[in-house]
Design a protein around this ligand. Structure first.
Ligand SMILES: [Zn+2]
Length: 116
């Protein structure tokens, strides 16, 4: 059992429902039993969306850190604009999407799903 994992660069376009966008660098914990992705964000104005509305059968945790990072969350068809620091807990089977509007900071995404 490993306890420590490296973060490796892995573009959005390598995962379903996601697209590459400028101003967001994505890293994932290689070999971790859970999905852990770190996004280094530096966007001046309205980045293109990097994820479609989607849902899944496991919980997801989003953590937004930084002094001025502004995200638009859509959860259960309701749009909310939030500024860092914030934590979102997205229950399983609830439709959601996220979009960075502006700012500089870190967005962390954890799926509470064991990898096979
Ligand atoms: Zn999701």
């Amino acid at each position: 059992m490993d306890y420590i994992f490296d973060l490796i660069s892995q573009p959005f376009s390598t995962i379903p429902h996601h697209f590459d966008t400028s101003g967001v660098e994505r890293y994932v914990a290689k070999g971790s039993p859970y999905h852990i992705a770190i996004h280094e964000v530096d966007v001046e104005d309205n980045a293109d969306s990097y994820v479609d509305m989607h849902e899944h059968d496991f919980d997801e945790i989003n953590i937004i850190l930084g002094e001025s990072l502004v995200y638009e969350f859509c959860i259960d068809l309701q749009k909310t604009i939030v500024q860092s620091p914030k934590v979102f807990v997205i229950p399983k089977n609830v439709k959601h999407s996220q979009k960075v509007l502006r700012g500089k900071g870190t967005f962390i995404c954890v799926y509470m799903k064991k990898k096979e």
